[in-house]
Design a protein around this ligand. Structure first.
Ligand SMILES: C[S@@+](CC[C@H](N)C(=O)[O-])C[C@H]1O[C@@H](n2cnc3c(N)ncnc32)[C@H](O)[C@@H]1O
Length: 392
């Protein structure tokens, strides 16, 4: 039997695409070609859009253009150009760290490209990108004149797509560490070896916001828990007397120390510890702080982990609230997209109640502006960030 050169969706799949969700699960596909590529997506009444298709993936269809188009590849490159233009003025700063494409939210399914002082790191987690990588690199060079382009394709996510894992420069080379500016501080991003693509850019605006907020308010003692390379701590250290950065990873703390040295920040200290143990021990010791940051990893990697994750979030938030002086600040985040925004704030309220503290919400924030959220795609909104003030 001849394989169809298009994707035919079930009625449920059609409803999903009409509701402007770009993903269609394998179960909602009635027929599709046998290999990954770009294909039209059809319901009963004709073409609904064009998609990156991979029969091997659970998410078999990722729409990048709703409606029909003469040249689908042109449409994909148009999406790329639009994403780059959206960030153009920020990219003008040669030392900026920013996300240039945020996958589905830029209609570039599975494609994330970050820039660290114009060294680009890309991750393409949809199989149909693989044969397009050289052209993608060429277009990025033409549009942005970067110093280097690294395909960091070493994530286990690639296996779900049946893709090989590798790391390879598509253009130029990058040094082991690149200096990036973030407001008044600088840090070393490690595109080749750091967590994520080299830094947590999604928290950039929250770090800057917190740094600005504490300025001139007389706070003295800070604790940056789950601190990784100390970037929240560094923003705080400009206005506080001392800040302790806590992480369970020795490599993360080595990076934090290097960042402190780069900024001549002598008021930072570094502690390698499990955050859960450390917060409990500090409470037992009667320690008090003015500002605490909690930026844990995603406790819920999958939906089934949600309850356990919420309990873990509550535990660290409750401990932190108990450790704060009246008037103190808790900057707290969750990057688990399986934990919804409503659940996150309910968890915080429950933690405040159990800690017997009167707490007010000062700011309710999310991902940095270069990680925009599609309203019809809840998966694109994963980062919750609250700034809380303990009144009493
Ligand atoms: C989301 S990252 C923090 C990013 C950082 N705040 C920033 O802005 O760059 C989470 C960090 O928590 C650390 N971590 C994970 N589990 C931990 C634990 N139980 N105790 C302490 N640190 C932990 C990881 O090593 C990682 O560096």
């Amino acid at each position: 039997m001849l394989k169809p050169m298009k994707v035919v969706l079930s009625p449920r799949g059609v409803r999903r695409v009409l509701a402007r969700h770009p993903w269609v699960w394998r179960d909602d596909v009635l027929g599709m070609p046998s290999g990954p590529s770009i294909y039209p997506v059809e319901g009963k009444r004709g073409v609904l859009g064009w998609a990156l298709v991979n029969p091997e993936s659970q998410i078999s269809v990722r729409v990048f253009r709703f409606g029909d188009v003469d040249d689908p590849l042109d449409a994909l490159w148009e999406n790329l150009q639009r994403a780059l233009e959206y960030r153009r003025s920020a990219y003008e700063d040669e030392q900026a760290g920013l996300r240039l494409t945020y996958a589905e939210a830029d209609m570039l399914p599975g494609l994330v490209i970050d820039s660290y002082a114009r060294h680009l790191v890309l991750q393409a987690h949809a199989a149909a990108w693989e044969p397009l990588l050289d052209e993608l690199a060429e277009r990025l060079r033409e549009s942005l004149a970067p110093h280097s382009i690294l395909a960091r394709h070493d994530s286990p996510l690639r296996q779900r797509e049946g893709l090989p894992r590798y790391r390879k420069f598509l253009y130029g080379e990058a040094p082991e560490a690149v200096t990036v500016r973030e407001g008044k501080i600088r840090y070393l991003a490690r595109p080749n070896s750091g967590q994520k693509t080299g830094a947590f850019l999604d928290q950039r605006d929250n770090r800057l916001f917190l740094g600005d907020f504490v300025k001139g308010r007389g706070y003295q003692r800070g604790l940056d828990v789950f601190g990784y390379q100390g970037l929240f701590g560094l923003q705080l250290s400009r206005h506080l007397k001392s800040v302790e950065v806590v992480d369970s990873s020795a490599a993360a703390l080595a990076a934090a120390r290097a960042n402190a040295a780069l900024n001549h920040a002598g008021n930072l200290t570094f502690t390698e510890a499990n955050a859960f143990d450390l917060l409990r021990a500090r409470e037992r010791a009667g320690e008090r702080y003015d500002v605490i940051v909690l930026d844990p990893p995603a406790f819920a990697a999958k939906r089934a982990d949600r309850e356990r994750a919420l309990a873990a979030y509550k535990e660290v938030n409750l401990r932190a609230l108990k450790l704060l002086r009246p008037g103190g600040l808790l900057a707290t985040a969750s990057c688990s997209h399986h934990v919804g925004e409503g659940e996150f704030y309910e968890m915080l309220a429950a933690a405040a109640a159990d800690a017997h503290r009167l707490v007010r919400l000062v700011a309710r924030r999310g991902q940095a502006w270069d990680h925009p959220v599609l309203l019809t795609v809840p998966e694109t909104h994963y980062l919750k960030f609250a700034l809380l003030e303990v009144l009493a």
